[in-house]
Design a protein around this ligand. Structure first.
Ligand SMILES: [Cu+2]
Length: 366
């Protein structure tokens, strides 16, 4: 009898656990859906069921696309970056070393050989045509050796190939928004993930799968592998700078202006950067995370965000034709309350504003 009661109790507990687990899993696997339901339950209830699933976001590889503990340039992932590193390591560093050593040796030689104790009567020698020609020509040759690869590198950097994808990067105090004008103009709001101890209860916090401390974000910029990504930068408030060291990319984001740069990364993975312009109190807390995925995954992700692929035969999001706009469907359009208002509050007010994006449920809390 006792056994039967215990058996029944276990079965009931298991059933209850199962029932509890289902909503929890659903919330984890479809975070935007539940967020959307909270944001605008009336208009979005129907299309949510058909919403495309998100891709499986990969964890970053230690040492790639992030700072390493070596004193060197980050491992480069683009052809331009590799050219720049070659220029630095093969031309600049040896040249600096040779010139520094030469000057040091000359100084030591002069200090010892021509010291006052050894030369009670100083020499009155002046003018030596050969030496003067050498010390004029040698620096000219050095400058030419540096100028040729340097100008070639700059030319390559500014020679944008035909873009496969355009992403408009907008700096805000203190987060980034990424717009995809080629893909239905949806927008992604990217905020730094706080550490578990700093995260508000129930909010998403950083795990190692998201990335290193101060670099992990809730929403990454996702781009396809091997694609020429044209980056257009601008800002909503002050000057920021979009920098992705592993792609040898840095471009100021200036209010009222559009700047342009590009990169092409050939290895899938996650690459981190930071705002590189002193933009205010939380300047150090607006990291950049770019996730390079396969073409198929990119199409999937665009559909998940409510966007479309350009051109005939481009994948269409099943939601795109519904009256629920991607913005309302929780696909990452910025909420005006996010990180404080941009126009109605000044930088000082924003300094205390929580940067956490509110439409994302805490995935990491389970
Ligand atoms: Cu900034």
């Amino acid at each position: 009898m006792l056994k039967t009661i215990r058996g029944l109790t276990i079965a009931a507990a298991a059933l209850a656990g199962l029932c509890g687990a289902i909503p929890a899993t659903a919330q984890t696997s479809a975070p935007t859906a539940s967020a959307a339901a909270t944001d605008a339950p009336a208009t979005n209830a129907a299309p949510l069921a058909a919403k495309a699933p998100d891709i499986v976001h990969v964890a970053p590889t230690p040492g790639i696309g992030m700072p390493t503990d070596k004193i060197s340039i980050q491992p480069q992932e683009t052809a331009i970056g590799k050219e720049a590193v070659w220029f630095h390591n093969t031309i600049l560093v040896p040249m600096m070393a040779i010139i520094s050593l030469l000057v040091l040796v000359l100084l030591i030689w002069v200090i010892i050989r021509y010291r006052a104790a050894r030369n009670p009567t100083p020499s009155r020698t002046h003018h030596n045509t050969l030496i003067e020609v050498i010390w004029t020509l040698a620096p000219v040759l050095v400058l030419i050796c540096i100028a040729v690869p340097s100008i070639r590198l700059i030319a390559h950097q500014y020679d944008t190939p035909k873009a496969d994808l355009t992403v408009k990067v907008i700096g805000n105090q203190w987060y980034w928004t990424y717009q995809y004008p080629d893909n239905g103009d949806f927008e992604v709001v990217s905020n730094m993930l706080p550490e578990q101890k700093d995260a508000a209860k129930g909010k998403q916090f950083r795990t190692d799968k998201d990335g290193p401390r101060l670099l992990a974000v809730d929403e990454r910029m996702v781009v396809p592998v091997g694609a020429v990504v044209k980056i257009i930068t601008t800002s909503n408030d002050v000057i920021h700078s979009f920098a992705l060291p592993a792609a040898w990319t840095k471009m100021d984001a200036v209010p009222g202006r559009l700047n342009e740069t590009w990169f092409k990364i050939d290895r899938p993975g996650v690459y981190f950067g930071q705002c590189s312009e002193l933009c205010g109190a939380r300047h150090g807390f607006m990291p950049i995370a770019v996730e390079v995925v396969s073409k198929a995954d990119f199409v999937k992700w665009v559909a998940f965000k409510g966007g479309t692929m350009p051109g005939p035969g481009g994948a269409k999001n099943p939601d795109a034709t519904s009256d629920a706009s991607p913005a309302v469907a929780g696909s990452g359009k910025p909420e005006p309350t996010n990180a404080g208002g941009l126009t109605d509050t000044g930088p000082t007010v924003n300094a205390t504003a929580a940067p956490a994006k509110t439409s994302q449920p805490a995935v990491a809390q389970n």
